[in-house]
Ligand binder design. Structure first.
Ligand code: NDP
Length: 444
C-alpha cells in the first residue's frame, strides 16, 4: 500500500510541476491514508485518490481593469472547482500578489476535506487573483472586483459554485462582487456568495466564525487534558479577519493575548491586545500593526515572527508556512501546550513533527478553521429559507459543529490506531466521507 501511495504521489508531482504548496498539501494527507486504504480496498480499485488529486475543473482568466491614473492593468483570475461529490463547490477567494495556480489548488484540495468534516452538504473549491488590494483606492478595488466577476459569474450559482472571502477579500470585496453578479444575471440570488453584509443576506457570526471556531476547537482540545484558556498566555499571528476574532474569543475565555502580527512584523503588548484599537487601525484605516503599537505604547518588532515571544497557546492565523521548525522549537521552549491553526497550512511539516514529538496538542487547519465555511453553509441555509437567525443561536450552532469535528477527529484517530492525532483524524474522517460519496456516484 505504501508503494501504491508513493506511485500516486509521484504522478501528482509530475503532472503538477512547480506547484510546491499543492504537493505539500497532498503529501500531508497521503501520510495518513495507508491504514484507510488497507481497510477499504474499494477506494483503491475505484482510483478514488487519483481522482481526488485532479480538480473537476480549473478556470484561469484575464482580469483587465483601469487604475486611478487611467492606466490599464491586467491581473490573473482563478477558480479551481475541486470536488462536488458532497455539494456545490464551496470555498473562498484570495486576492494577494503571491496567488498562482499552485496556491489555489492547495487551498481547494484542503477545502474538500475540511468541508466534508463539517458534516454539511458542501463540496470544495477555491479561487482568487494575484491582485493586491493593499494601497488601492476604493474605486480601484471596486473596478477590479467588477471585472473579476464579469468573467467568473458564468461559473457560479447557488447549486453550482459558491465563493466566499479569504486573504484580501472581506465584506467590502464581497459587496462589489455580489453587486456585479446581481447586475449581470438580473437575479437577487443570495446563496451565490457567502460573507455578505447583514442587511443584504449575510449571517450573524459569519465574520467571527473562523477565529471563534479555531479557539473553540483549541478549548475543547485543552479540555481533554483538564486545561483551559483561563489565565493562559496566548499569541496569534496575523491581524486580519481570522486573527481578530481568534483574539476576541480567546479573551472571552480568559486568555491573555500578548501578540499579533502582519507581513511587516509583530506587536508585543504585555498588557493584552486592545482589540477595538487593533480593528480601528486594521479595518477602518487599513494600516499596518506598527501603527497599533505606536498608539498603544506597545513594542513593534519589524521583520520577525511573533512566535519568538513564547506562549502557552499559539494560534497561527495569517498564511501558509508561517510557523517553521525554529518557531516551533521556540514555542516548545516557552512551554506551549496547544497550537490551533486558524490559517490554512501555516505550520510546516517539520514544525508539526517537532510539536507532536514534544507532546503539544496540535489542531490542523482543515479541522480547526472549519468554523468559517460551516457558518457559510449556515448562511446558505438562512438564504434558502429567507430567514435570519440570532447571534446566540448561530454561535451555538457553530460551537456544536466545532465540538463535533473535534470529537470526530479523535474518534477516527482512535479507530485507525493513531490515538490523539488530530492530523490523522481530520485527514481520515474528511477523506472517507468524500470517498464514499465518490464511490456511490460512479466514475464521473
Ligand atoms: P485577511 O486578509 O483578513 O488577513 C490576513 C493577515 O495575514 C493579515 O494580517 C496579513 O498581513 C497577514 N498575511 C497575509 N499574507 C501574509 C504573508 N505572506 N506573510 C505574512 N503575513 C501575511 O485574511 P483572513 O484573516 O481571512 O485569512 C487568514 C488565513 O486564514 C488564511 O490562511 C486563510 O486561508 C485562512 N482562512 C480564512 C477563513 C475566513 O473565513 N476568512 C476561513 C478559513 C481559513 P498584511 O495585511 O500585512 O498582508
Amino acid at each position: 500500500m505504501k508503494e501504491q501511495l508513493a506511485d500516486i504521489l509521484d504522478q501528482v508531482l509530475r503532472r503538477n510541476p512547480g506547484e510546491r504548496e499543492f504537493h505539500q498539501a497532498v503529501r500531508e494527507v497521503f501520510e495518513s491514508l495507508e491504514p484507510v486504504l488497507r481497510k477499504n480496498p474499494q477506494y483503491v480499485d475505484a482510483a478514488v485518490l487519483e481522482r481526488l488529486c485532479e480538480p473537476e475543473r480549473q478556470i484561469i482568466f484575464r482580469v483587465p481593469w483601469v487604475d486611478d491614473e487611467g492606466r490599464v492593468r491586467i491581473n490573473r483570475g482563478f477558480r479551481v472547482e475541486y470536488n462536488s461529490a458532497l455539494g456545490p463547490f464551496k470555498g473562498g477567494l484570495r486576492f494577494h500578489p503571491s496567488v498562482y495556480l499552485g496556491i489555489v489548488k492547495f487551498l481547494g484540495f484542503e477545502q474538500v476535506f475540511k468541508n466534508s468534516l463539517t458534516g454539511m452538504p458542501i463540496g470544495g473549491g477555491k479561487g482568487g487573483s494575484d491582485f493586491d488590494p493593499r494601497g488601492r483606492s476604493q474605486g480601484e478595488v471596486m473596478r477590479f472586483c467588477q471585472s473579476f466577476m464579469t468573467e467568473l459569474y458564468r461559473h457560479l450559482g447557488e447549486h453550482t459554485d459558491v465563493p466566499a472571502g479569504d486573504i484580501g477579500v472581506g465584506g467590502r470585496e464581497i459587496g462589489y462582487l455580489f453587486g456585479q453578479y446581481k447586475r449581470i444575471t438580473n437575479r437577487w440570488e443570495a446563496g451565490v456568495l457567502t460573507g455578505k453584509g447583514l442587511s443584504w443576506g449575510g449571517s450573524l457570526v459569519r465574520t467571527e466564525a473562523t477565529g471563534y471556531g479555531t479557539v473553540l476547537f483549541a478549548e475543547r482540545m485543552l479540555g481533554t487534558r483538564g486545561q483551559s484558556f483561563d489565565g493562559r498566555r496566548v499569541v496569534v499571528s496575523g491581524a486580519g479577519n481570522v486573527a481578530q476574532y481568534a483574539i476576541q474569543k480567546a479573551q472571552q475565555l480568559g486568555g491573555h493575548v500578548v501578540g499579533c502580527s502582519d507581513s511587516t512584523g509583530y506587536v508585543l503588548d504585555e498588557r493584552g491586545i486592545d482589540l477595538p484599537l487593533l480593528q480601528q487601525v486594521r479595518e477602518a484605516e487599513r494600516l499596518p500593526v506598527s501603527v497599533y503599537a505606536e498608539r498603544r505604547g506597545a513594542t513593534f518588532v519589524p521583520g520577525r515572527r511573533v512566535w519568538e515571544v513564547g506562549a502557552e497557546v499559539a494560534l497561527p492565523c495569517a498564511t501558509q508556512n508561517e510557523l517553521d521548525e525554529d518557531d516551533a522549537a521556540a514555542l516548545v521552549r516557552s512551554g506551549v501546550l496547544a497550537v490551533s491553526e486558524g490559517a490554512n497550512m501555516p505550520t510546516t511539516p517539520a514544525a508539526v513533527a517537532l510539536l507532536t514529538e514534544a507532546g503539544v496538542l496540535f489542531a490542523p487547519g482543515k479541522a480547526a478553521n472549519a468554523g468559517g465555511v460551516a457558518t457559510s453553509a449556515l448562511e446558505m441555509q438562512q438564504n434558502a429559507s429567507r430567514d435570519a437567525w440570532t447571534f446566540d443561536y448561530t454561535e451555538q450552532r457553530l460551537a456544536g459543529i466545532m465540538h463535533g469535528i473535534h470529537d470526530r477527529c479523535l474518534a477516527t484517530a482512535d479507530e485507525y490506531g493513531q490515538p490523539g492525532s488530530y492530523v490523522a483524524g481530520a485527514n481520515i474522517a474528511g477523506f472517507t466521507k468524500v470517498a464514499d460519496a465518490m464511490l456511490a456516484l460512479g466514475v464521473v
